[in-house]
Design a protein around this ligand. Structure first.
Ligand code: RFL
Ligand code: PHB
Length: 391
């Protein structure tokens, strides 16, 4: 396979965006991905881009389709106790979010990479990293039945929560901070025109529900379910009945139903590993931090990490020294922890935590009343949701 400047493991938003930013600065990289191109382009995940993520995609030249097809949202709705309240994000912050599927971001980045003639190797196996504490680390893997070695200056671990790069750091170096929630999300993609044009986050005694969308024809919906829930127990009819029960709680509002085209269950966890770097390994995105999706922060954090890494590698290769590389972990962790707090807070406010704590349920309602009656609380939510400018 030869050598490159930065070896990137993982072709999710983090790895692909990093490869793109490096290419724009004339820095070579090779992206190694365990799955097929088709698989990563079809994988349904996040859908909300902060203003800063949109700006990064547009400024780096991969935002054309996003600007044409992305849905700009200036508010969200909070639904609870038979009432619905709008949080006017743009009025409160001057910024907005854009709804655009993560797999569309991935498609756009892969297309840009291939158009630039730059390498992505799909369907690699047995990836292992070596010599991270030397000046010439390497990545070994198999591809199409052959053993390969890629030598590089740096390794970027962008291989998600289940990746291998984080595990290459010697025991005792990294500290882990995590929380597992007593529920999961069942996510559904349906061919049904969205019934509203803003997202609805619903706190309901049967559990949390979220109404989102992908286009004028496709709705994206989520239900809080048990962590060990079996997807086979959820027929389309049962899914729609549960969505109706949790979302049709205000007069005159009803869902548009249609065929379910994709469904899956996602566990919920909060997870951070510190520091985000060891010797010549730089970790980014879900490989070092996970948030529960309630704050819509995961993909945005992945993009924010690699924006910093792109600048840091550019400084190093331009002969400007390793200042930004050294500061990478501590700089990135400020945003990471802010998003951890926001995602935990939104999750805590909106989900049902079981019957054992009625006090907690009353506190949730008090919190929701605060957010929907106090401009200060609403602005705090909105600032975090659209993405903090200062971290
Ligand atoms: P990814 O996207 O997981 O990409 C990692 C890539 O690495 C590959 N890989 C390997 N490649 C080579 N060798 C190995 N040994 C490898 N092991 C793994 C994987 O195949 C994969 O292609 O991580 P990245 O790039 O850090 O991106 C993070 C985001 O994907 C994630 O944070 C978001 O999807 C989270 N998330 C959301 N984030 C948001 O910002 N806004 C949202 O609205 C939002 N909603 C969500 C979400 C995640 C969800 N799920 C399914 C977890 C909604 C859901 C339901
Ligand atoms: C989505 O549209 O997939 C989505 C929206 C908001 C979230 C999580 C996921 O908080």
């Amino acid at each position: 396979m030869g050598r490159t400047q930065v070896g990137i493991v993982g072709a999710g938003p983090a790895g692909l965006m990093l490869a793109h930013l490096l290419h724009l600065r004339g820095i070579s990289s090779v992206v190694l991905e365990a799955r097929s191109r088709d698989y990563v382009e079809q994988r349904v995940r996040a859908g909300v881009l902060e203003q800063g993520s949109v700006d990064l995609l547009v400024e780096s030249g991969v935002g054309d389709r996003l600007q044409r097809e992305g849905l700009r949202h200036e508010g969200i709705e909070l639904r609870f106790a038979g009432e619905s309240h709008r949080v006017a994000m743009t009025e409160l912050t001057g910024r907005a979010i854009t709804v655009y599927g993560q797999q569309e971001v991935v498609k756009d980045l892969i297309a840009a990479r291939l158009a630039a003639g730059q390498p992505i190797v799909f369907e690699v196996d047995d990836v292992a990293v070596h010599g991270l504490d030397t000046e010439q680390p390497s990545i070994t893997f198999t591809h199409e039945g052959r053993d390969e070695t890629l030598t590089c200056d740096f390794v970027a671990g962008c291989d998600g929560f289940h990746g291998v790069t984080r595990g290459a750091v010697p025991a005792g170096v990294l500290s882990t901070y995590d929380r597992v929630y007593p529920f999961a999300w069942l996510g559904v993609l349906a061919t049904a025109p969205p019934a509203v044009d803003e997202l609805i986050y619903a706190n309901h005694e049967r559990g949390f529900a979220l109404y989102s969308m992908r286009s004028a024809q496709v709705s994206r919906l989520y239900l809080q379910v048990a962590p060990d829930e079996d997807i086979d127990d959820w027929s389309d009819d049962r899914i729609w009945a549960e969505l109706r029960a949790r979302l049709e709680t205000v007069e005159g509002w009803s869902l548009n139903e249609g065929p379910v085209i994709e469904k899956g269950i996602t566990p919920m966890r909060s997870f951070v590993v510190e520091p985000m770097q060891w010797e010549r390994l730089y970790l980014a995105g879900d490989a070092v931090h996970i948030v529960p999706p309630t704050g819509a922060k995961g993909m945005n954090l992945a993009l924010a990490d690699v924006r910093l890494l792109g600048d840091a590698f550019a400084q190093w290769y331009a002969g400007g020294g390793g200042g930004l590389l050294e500061a990478y972990s501590s700089t990135a962790l400020r945003r990471v922890w802010r998003a951890q707090h926001f995602s935990w807070w939104m999750t805590s406010m909106l989900h049902r935590f079981g019957d054992s704590d009625p006090y907690q349920a009353r506190l949730q309602l008090a919190q929701l009343r605060n957010v929907t009656t106090s401009t200060a609380y609403a602005r705090a939510l909105a600032e975090n949701y659209v993405g903090p400018v200062e971290v």
